[in-house]
Design a protein around this ligand. Structure first.
Ligand SMILES: O=C(O)[C@H](O)[C@@H](O)[C@H](O)[C@H](O)COP(=O)(O)O
Length: 236
């Protein structure tokens, strides 16, 4: 269980974006200083977009930064649902290496997961940062309830990614996914959550109370890390 969970509350999403972008920039700089490069995973979805906008204006040695999405919807690159496409828009022009974890929208989601996992073996682990989003149903990255939940939660450390068929399908993006495993998330050197709205806040609070017994994937992520975790929150 994370020893220290700290909530950071903001007046609005813009204020949150500026603060989180500042923290992420600091982590990237420190990693470059310590190891010559930074490898980070960034959440998909809509909430972090203003954060990425701010972060992209930071003066960093972007050529030394590798970015992967924490999870990807299995759609073609360039599709409006593609998480890496949204992230790449901000950071490719800066010179960062943005890696599509699902370069080809394979029909077999498990094969897509295996291919993402193979691709990730070439990266430097652990991640310097994993920035997580949360769904109103308590999912994080693409660790969703369904037939692959147990595998996502319990796969061993060396398994970085897997395919997931959410059940029920999330209505905003009803497609199978590839996600970082819980092990890949919780072994990151820094873990951060960015969420907005009362509903997500209540889910996270309940998940923290439930700890390792939580049915919410975000609860399992918080229970599975030893790191201090910052939860950044703003009203919707
Ligand atoms: O691909 C995805 O769906 C995301 O990576 C997912 O884990 C996201 O963080 C939450 O669903 C919150 O999404 P919103 O920020 O859009 O509410």
């Amino acid at each position: 269980m994370s020893e220290e969970i700290e909530w950071w509350e903001y007046d609005d999403a813009a204020e949150m974006a500026a603060a989180v972008a500042g923290d992420v920039a600091f982590i990237i700089e420190s990693a470059i200083e310590a190891r010559g490069a930074a490898v980070i995973a960034l959440a998909g979805g809509n909430t972090p977009i203003p954060i990425y906008e701010k972060l992209a204006s930071a003066k960093l040695n972007w050529k030394r930064v590798t970015i992967i999405p924490t999870d990807e919807r299995i759609v073609a690159l360039g599709d409006p649902l593609s998480n890496v496409t949204a992230v790449a828009k901000f950071f490719l022009p800066k010179g960062a290496r943005v890696i599509p974890i699902v370069p080809n929208a394979l029909a077999d989601y498990k094969a897509a997961g295996r291919s993402a996992d193979a691709l990730m073996q070439d990266l430097h682990w652990p991640l310097d940062l994993c920035l997580l989003g949360v769904g109103n149903d308590g999912h994080t990255a693409s660790i969703f309830p369904g037939p692959d939940l147990e595998e996502a939660l319990t796969s061993p450390n060396g398994r970085r990614a897997l395919g997931v068929m959410p059940e029920p399908m999330p209505t905003d993006a009803p497609v199978p996914r590839v996600t970082l495993s819980l092990a890949a998330i919780t072994t990151a050197r820094a873990l951060m959550i960015a969420a907005t709205g009362k509903e997500k806040r209540s889910v996270i609070e309940l998940a923290i109370k439930q700890g390792n017994a939580s049915a919410y994937p975000i609860g399992r992520a918080l229970a599975g890390t030893e790191l201090p975790v910052d939860i950044h929150w703003a009203p919707a």
